[in-house]
Design a binder for this molecule. Sequence first.
Ligand code: XMP
Length: 516
Amino acid sequence: MLMKAEQHDKVIILDFGSQVTQLIARRVREAGVYCELLPFSTPLSDIGKRAPKAVILSGGPASVTEKDSPRIPDGLLEMGVPVLGICYGLQAMCDALGGKVESSENREFGRAAIAFDDSKLFSGVLKKEVWMSHGDSVTALPPGFKVIASTKTCPYAAVADERRKFYGVQFHPEVVHTPDGARMLKNFVLEIAGCKADWTMAAFRDESIAKIREQVGSNRVICGVSGGVDSTVVAALLHEAIGDRLTCIFVDTGLMRRNEAAEVVGLFRDHFNIPLVHEDAGALFLDRLKDVDDPEQKRKIIGKTFIDVFTRAEKKAGAAEFLAQGTLYPDVIESVSPHGGPAVTIKSHHNVGGMPKDVKFKIVEPLRMLFKDEVRALGRELGIPEKFIGRHPFPGPGLAIRIPGAVTAEKVSILQKADAIFIEELHKNNLYAETWQAFAVLLPVKTVGVMGDGRTYDHVLALRAVTSVDGMTADFAALPHEFLGHVAVRIVNEVRGINRVVYDITSKPPGTIEWE
Ligand code: XMP
């Protein structure tokens, strides 16, 4: 019997605005339990409708000592479900139940040694270390509560009313700096709340196939694919659900990494046998980009051309009622404004290279409840080759924004060759997976060099590699000097047109990851 997502035991995480609330959700799902993230201002009736087996209250930047700070929804603590409060969540719970919270002079921030009492929350926890980040502290417990862990500076580091299954921790179990924090969250959802650990990607795959069939009925779907992991997973999943009623569209801009267009076509046609309309539009893109050197202008031209080509491809694909999209959970979650104001949705989308917004389609978004790492796990479940699953993100406008200045066919070809060497060497030296993104940028600067007996006057190539968790901020990757030296030698020797290689050591901010 197939289960629907609604039938899984469910944990609700109420977000009080912490930067790391999504990590709580990730940890709960890693424990095999389905969870959803809602703003703290969600009415009790909406929470009740979801019939949660447990509720987790996140941290947040506000202070419960202030009158207008965020509060726990009225009635939540009378629902009879286990509750775990984290940092601000603990303080809000203590405040609501008659305890006392006070602001302290000093903010406590960083690692702290901790002593745990015997509690179900800490079962199997070995490392006596936690991560603290708070200004306010609980100074008196609500009736029924007792202390279950303390640090030197924080006597109420963890508290519990075990009869009502209310738990609170002042530290952050969701971050990696609390070494056994994941275990505590697992203990809470499995042992204390008694949730079943049945949220697996194998189960998700079966359920979403059933859901897609129900949503789409006997209609047809088109799906834009780019070779990126999200669109590839959407397409593979839809194909399992509805077979040849799915047609994929691949707009080949001619601005992809070397061989990538052929790999995308090979994956869909040969590996998956999914009907694919391949629009080889490289010449059109180059033609429209001719002599354009303004970065914004380039993006606009590429965006418009993408839509033109996609629309042309749609006609070849035949009539369809649905358009599939690879929207992920982080795009869906409503962000909470830190000081308790109305919830706002912050999205930072690069629309260039995205799908045309077309009202004639109904939308099917099978990944909208998944985090990126879950999409990868699902991809493996669907038999997508590792090469596609672990691949670095790639911008819609492709190599055009890695060629500052006007784009020509010759420059694209030079850049593809140099980029391929860099990527090949990263793989060979086991450095690829350690970087979030790595690529080459062909600069519109020529410099003098010597090669053999002759003088050269050729392009400079910049190598860029960054580490990041979400692309919003990034550090330049500290790749070994010998490695960079080796890559530079290979590029100058093997790629005609480049005689100098530099490494970009700018982080984001102040830089961006891409150069345009
Ligand atoms: P920046 O350069 O803004 O990039 O630091 C952040 C992340 O977004 C990618 N990126 C894009 N992705 N269309 C996309 O689909 C775009 O127009 C675009 N511009 C940047 C970039 O590669 C990095 O991963």
